[in-house]
Design a protein around this ligand. Sequence first.
Ligand SMILES: [Zn+2]
Length: 119
Amino acid sequence: MSFEPDETYDVYRKTIRRANKEHVCDACKCTIRPGDTYAHVATVFEGSAETCKRCGRCEKIHAHLADIGARHGTYPMERLDCGQSYEDEWGECPTDIQELAFATEDEAGRILDKDQERR
Ligand SMILES: [Zn+2]
């Protein structure tokens, strides 16, 4: 779920937003509904700008992969679309990350709320 970066983004800006209208998660393609919190990522790499939206579930998965990747010199794809399986790359997936796959839409829309409250 990651690549080995030899360069870094020129710009990387991630904000946690509350949706005013429907969006589609660029990673899992689920609907981000009005009121849901989601991650909005804006990047510029070699002069080319991109944006990506991740639902709460995919943002948690991305953050987990960024954490473990930091120890191994890799960084997850913004849309989690590298095509590799977790087990092949990292071994057994932690239970709390596995459980994200079974989150309902309501739960996925509020996953990042809990993080916001802890700050
Ligand atoms: Zn998603």
